[in-house]
Design a protein around this ligand. Structure first.
Ligand SMILES: C[S@@+](CC[C@H](N)C(=O)[O-])C[C@H]1O[C@@H](n2cnc3c(N)ncnc32)[C@H](O)[C@@H]1O
Length: 339
């Protein structure tokens, strides 16, 4: 695959890949002796379909994976998550094993190379396609700073988040604005599409009326936080792609603050697919409440899938939309997205 650096290395089997994506060139890896950690449901399912063994989170590693003899970390942009992936890979490897780090310049591969050079033997540095791949020989003992290991972060209000999840450092201002525009009484059956670590869902459940709330989230790490943050018997948790999510019975409320990035690139089509999915979940009399960045062009998708659409609030950054009269379309087929 154009731009891949993985053909430059020859990791020893069994290999552990942390953060490989659906579009990663894994042709050099034997699915029978490769375990991949991937939290995003879309990437996870696409890689599983290619025959690889997968676990959704780093915490699942020790339980399910065979002891690896080498590892590759795919560097994410979020610094804390990058460090957590490296710490998890290092903890899974024996002393003397090789750990490769692969990443783009824009995701901080150069500063990570510099940092690791101060901590362990690093060699075999290769550059290609606006990025680098390099090899770390894992030293024995505790060679990484203790704070590289992923730990839960505690936010005001008792919420917990983890490195790399959406808005890990605090409540997202768009979700906050949406919550301020929800009605005093909510419908009985509600879905939160792209529920993240659960803040918006908690606001929904704090209002009277809700009998069941489905939290749908593709990021297993975020959903694990949501399970802790929304300790309520009415909550149901779904590790799923919202754009193809269905329920046996329609609901009468959907809330959402949809993602509009597919990896690094802005992709408003992703939000449009969330709108379509929301319409597919609702009864005709049910209602959608959503927030979006003001510049995002969702009007056509809303008009296509709802008979009655209104902007009920907002500011110069965000718009709050309420829509009813869902026109149900056939459920979308799952699509791949970048983290
Ligand atoms: C803008 S955030 C909103 C999070 C949460 N509702 C809040 O209030 O903080 C969008 C969320 O959608 C999730 N997401 C992205 N693509 C998804 C997909 N295809 N299916 C389900 N969730 C997805 C992201 O992981 C992220 O948590």
């Amino acid at each position: 695959m154009a731009g891949s650096r993985l053909d430059l290395i020859a990791p020893e089997a069994p290999a552990l890949l942390i953060g490989a994506r659906a579009d990663s060139d894994l042709s050099g890896f034997d699915p029978a002796s490769t375990t991949i950690v991937q939290a995003m449901r879309t990437d996870h399912d696409a890689l599983a379909a290619r025959g690889f063994a997968l676990v959704p989170t780093l915490a699942d590693l020790s339980r399910n994976a065979p002891a690896p003899r080498s590892a590759v970390v795919f560097l994410p942009r979020a610094r804390a998550l990058a460090r957590a992936r490296i710490a998890a890979a290092a903890a899974a490897l024996p002393a003397g094993a090789f750990l490769w780090i692969d990443g783009q310049k824009t995701d901080g591969i150069d500063s990570m190379l510099k940092e690791l050079r101060g901590l362990a033997p690093v060699d075999d540095v290769q550059s290609r396609a606006h990025g680098k791949i390099f090899r770390v020989t894992v030293p024995g003992g505790g060679w990484l700073p203790a704070d590289w290991t992923a730990t839960d972060m505690e936010l005001p209000g008792g919420f917990v988040t983890r490195p790399g999840v959406f808005s890990a450092d605090g409540v997202d201002p768009a979700s906050e604005l949406l919550a301020a525009h929800l009605p005093a009484k909510m419908p009985t059956r509600v879905v939160d599409l792209g529920a993240g670590w659960g803040w918006l869902a908690a606001q929904v459940l704090a209002r009277p009326g809700v009998e069941a709330l489905h939290l749908v989230e593709a990021d297993a790490d975020a959903l694990a936080c949501a399970r802790r943050n929304v300790a309520d018997a009415r909550a149901r948790f779904h590790w799923a792609d919202a754009t193809s999510f269905t329920l046996p019975e329609p609901v009468n409320g959907v809330v959402m603050n949809p993602p509009f990035h597919d990896g690094r690139a802005a992709d408003p089509k992703l939000g449009a697919r969330f709108i379509r999915a929301a319409a597919g979940l609702l009864t005709g009399a049910g209602r959608l409440w959503m927030v979006a960045n003001r510049h995002l062009p969702y009007e056509a998708a809303l008009a296509e899938h709802f008979a009655d659409v209104a902007e009920i609030g907002g500011d110069n950054r965000f718009k709050i939309i309420s829509a009813t009269g869902a026109r149900r379309a056939a459920p979308a087929r799952p699509r791949l997205r970048r983290r």
